[in-house]
Design a protein around this ligand. Structure first.
Ligand code: J5X
Ligand code: AKG
Ligand code: FE2
Length: 345
């Protein structure tokens, strides 16, 4: 059986595209990280609130969930959830542990550096080789138990970090499955379809901690360049600092403004394929700011790498060919934004 991390082995990266900058030691934006300045207008978060949000907010204890989630998936590709059952204590604890990790000195973080063919550990975003400039970002990725890398970072006291990350992954897994059932129901799948298509015990999952240090010249830097996520669904804990933006056709970049204790859910490419394009994977990016060190935590969830993915049989006129999840991951790793069009029928 191929694991998710093995699915990335065939497209190794060189060190230049793995090692982050030592942000602590930098006073000015280096040319390597300076993007041409973008003056596009984006709606400021001060002009939104919970009554007129920039993307839908779904109360998981509310009514008509299938309808609301279906509408958000079809029209936005992203929504925020509240009353999701994950305690604010746990949300704060993962953020605390992530901050603790990124606050380590650079030489210590490099002990957990991702290997060229590996997917887990410390490093810059996988999508970096596709862009001419580097991002104002460092990440730490986990697939399953983080213990091996955590021990490299904190040889003695790695338990706290691991306990929190494992508990968080467990909570995310049950939450994502609950969301997936609602999403599938809104596509017209029956309970039986769902159980046979996506048995709970089989999946691919990954938890990514993102760090965007405060930046001396934020208008010329980018935290995470525009991309779509690859798997089914992503649950993002963006804490309380804004930075996440989605691209909406005909409008442009729209911020996903932080709502206290809310989590952001977004559609990835595999769900785009499964929904035959009805639920498009949303193009998004993260911007940085001058004063705050922003942390986010993204949980990615998808079907196992060996399984087949295709548009759901009950949907008319299939637009995408059927393929193995690991094959799609390989195509995406080589072609990024062109991956979906390469499998179009
Ligand atoms: C399970 C995943 C999902 C990955 C690849 C792999 C591990 C790291 C994830 C991210 C995290 C940062 C953005 C992204 C675009 C990136 O560069 O690495 C993500 C990517 C994807 O959604 O494709
Ligand atoms: O930090 C954010 O707000 C976005 C993170 C993201 O897009 C990702 O990890 O894939
Ligand atoms: Fe993303």
């Amino acid at each position: 059986m191929t694991t998710l991390s093995e699915a990335y082995k065939d497209t190794p990266l060189n060190l230049q595209h793995i090692v982050p900058l030592d942000f602590e030691s930098i006073q000015e934006l280096p040319d390597s990280h300076a993007w041409s300045s973008s003056n596009e207008f984006t709606l400021p978060c001060s002009q939104t609130d919970e009554k007129s949000p920039s993307v839908p907010i779904v109360d998981l204890k509310g009514t008509n969930l299938v309808e609301k989630i279906g509408h958000a998936c079809e029209n936005y590709g992203v929504f925020q959830i509240i009353n999701h059952g994950v305690s604010s204590k746990l949300l704060n604890e993962v953020e605390y542990q992530a901050r603790r990790l990124f606050a380590l000195p650079a030489h210590q973080k490099l002990k957990a550096l991702r290997s060229p063919g590996g997917a887990t550990g410390y490093g810059i975003a996988r999508i970096s080789p596709f862009f001419p400039k580097f991002m104002w970002h460092e990440g730490f990725n986990m697939m399953g138990s983080p213990v091996d890398h955590a021990r490299e970072l904190w040889p003695i006291d790695y338990d706290n970090f691991c306990d929190v990350m494992e508990e968080y992954q467990k909570k995310m897994k049950s939450l994502v499955y609950q969301l997936l059932l609602l999403v599938l129901e809104s596509l017209g799948a029956s309970q039986e379809d769902m159980e046979s298509l996506f048995p709970t015990y089989e999946s691919a999952e990954s938890l990514q901690l993102n760090s965007y240090p405060s930046c001396p010249d934020p208008s010329r830097a980018i935290g995470l360049a525009p991309h779509t996520d690859s798997l089914f669904l992503t649950i993002l804990n963006q804490s309380d600092t804004n930075g996440l933006q989605i691209f909406r056709d005909g409008i442009g970049w729209v911020p996903v403004c932080p709502v206290n204790d809310a989590l952001v859910v977004n559609i990835g490419d595999l769900l785009h394929i499964f929904s035959n394009g009805r639920f498009p994977s949303v193009y998004h990016r993260a911007i940085v700011n001058e004063t705050k060190h922003r942390i986010s935590m993204a949980y990615f969830y998808g079907p196992p790498p060996e399984s087949e993915i295709a548009p759901f049989a009950k949907l008319p006129l299939r637009k995408y060919r059927s393929l193995k999840v690991k094959e799609y991951i390989g195509i995406k790793a080589k072609h990024l934004d062109k991956a979906l069009s390469l499998i179009r029928l």
